[in-house]
Design a protein around this ligand. Sequence first.
Ligand SMILES: Nc1ncnc2c1ncn2[C@@H]1O[C@H](COP(=O)(O)OP(=O)(O)OP(=O)(O)O)[C@@H](O)[C@H]1O
Length: 607
Amino acid sequence: MESVVQEKGNLSIHTENIFPIIKKFLYSDHEIFLRELVSNAVDATQKLKQLASYGEFGGELGELKVSVKLDETAKTITVSDRGIGMTADEIKKYINQIAFSGAEEFVEKYKDKGGDKGIIGHFGLGFYSAYMVAEKVEIVTRSYQEGAEPVRWICDGSTEFEITTAEKAERGSDIILHIAPDSEEFLSASRLRGILEKYGKFLPVEIEFEDKIINNPNPIWTKNPADLKDEDYLAFYKELHPFSEDPLFWIHLNVDYPFNLTGVLYFPKLKNDFQVQREKIQLYSRQVFITDEVKDIVPDFLQLLHGVIDSPDIPLNVSRSYLQADGNVKKINGYITRKVADKLSEIFRNDREGFEKKFDDIGLFVKYGIISEDKFYDKAKDFCLLKNTEGKYFTFEEYREATQATQTDKDGNLVWLYTTDTQKQDGFVQSARKRSYDILVLDSVIDSHFIGTLEQKLEKTTVKRVDADTVDKLIEKDVKLESVLSKDDEEKVKKLFEAVVAGAGTSVVVEPMPADELPVVITFPEFMRRMTDMQATSGQRSMFGNMPLMYTVSVNANHPLTSKLASLDDDAQKALAKQIYDLALLSQGMLNGQDLTQFIQRTVEVL
Ligand SMILES: Nc1ncnc2c1ncn2[C@@H]1O[C@H](COP(=O)(O)OP(=O)(O)OP(=O)(O)O)[C@@H](O)[C@H]1O
């Protein structure tokens, strides 16, 4: 059935009801009243400068700073500017009409002349945040227009206001807040300075508080990269992070299409761990501080970076304190990833030696990026470096070429070997080196995940720790060693060692190895060990969480000591087997406590 329109009309809003909402609940943090009022003062100043540049203001600009004054006795905070000011009519239009923004109007009017540059206001609400802390607000203002009369506006936070004539010699506005009893915490100079420094450190107009300028109106991200030297970037870094070591390098971001974004990101010196503090990237919008929570804008792996991003196109909610998820945020995220990858690739190409020197520090970013972002991998695969035990660096492709001839197994798979600890795994490294195998050092917390990604991405390539298997089985070739033991004897040896080893999670195998290998070798099957490692770094309990680390006890059938076992009586057999098993444990750093003490005592007795 077709519906019949009975009535159409406009919704009405009762000011008395909506006003308390705007005053009290629109903004999450009361301290932002100061950000809003100072932003308005900056806007008024910027508008005047722009009008002067369009030839619409011919007077003296004079000194254009914004000043914030605290009067503890009168319980007032005053924000003054020498900007465009307002006439009585303008007050009625811009202030009395809540949610009508003079900033928006200005931008619209001058958009062809580039009038949107640097105007902060947008919603037409910010002024009213003053009532979060003030019981009464006064505006004393004088417009820049010739012959304009100064006016005073007063409102106590009800819906009634009063406009009167006023005395004011100078152009511009004073916004005077009479602080409410429940907000007297703001009548503190250090509190105000703290708020000003937090939000206004890089506002484009000088902000004076207690006779000092608190801001840097021309931060480097607003300048042309071509005009900047390394010293400038380093000095700015010190301004942001006074106690940090110099960064390794930086990226100057500068786009205007399809969104506007500027900024500088620094690569800090990282120690080889994740204990780095995040929230070191600050987000600004038109030089007003917004937040240091940048998790949607900056990909996770780049949150280890430091620096500043400024974008007027980041969608802010009305309170300007957090972001709204939308398509632009995603685009910005993608752009930053690309920029970082391009910069790293450029350094790699132009200064390979310098890049190698820095790689121990930036490897963490690069690997983290490779693991987490396919798009980053596509670029990073050409500059991510692998380091071997001799301290030589290779790209993936270079390493493939270097290892292909010696480390391809009988099925055509390339096997890359690595150590997580050159000291502890020295015996295994030596054995593999004897085969002319190359060994990578992959010892950072992120490497077990990184290796997993490598295996997924690289064709026919597996990666194994040097102690994942006995040396001949690490990379299986067609030629097989013959065992000097008969099958029967091998079975006997296996039984003997099983009795000696007797532990959960272990298995005993008897196999032919070169005679110069140890009589017993303890190995950790790669897959299980890697799972345990990953679980340890991610801090989660997984299905492998409660299992002891599995290992394999490989007895070298071709070792003279193994052959000797057959000639001994039962007790002597057991004693020798125990001793050589303990040696294997010792070489893996697994012989501890009572077992170690007894081993040492037995050894001393024999000697
Ligand atoms: N110090 C000032 N000097 C001149 N005009 C001002 C001043 N403060 C406010 N205004 C005028 O009042 C208007 C409303 O200010 P308000 O802070 O409420 O909103 P806005 O700055 O436009 O937007 P937003 O809510 O995003 O801050 C401004 O757009 C401006 O035209």
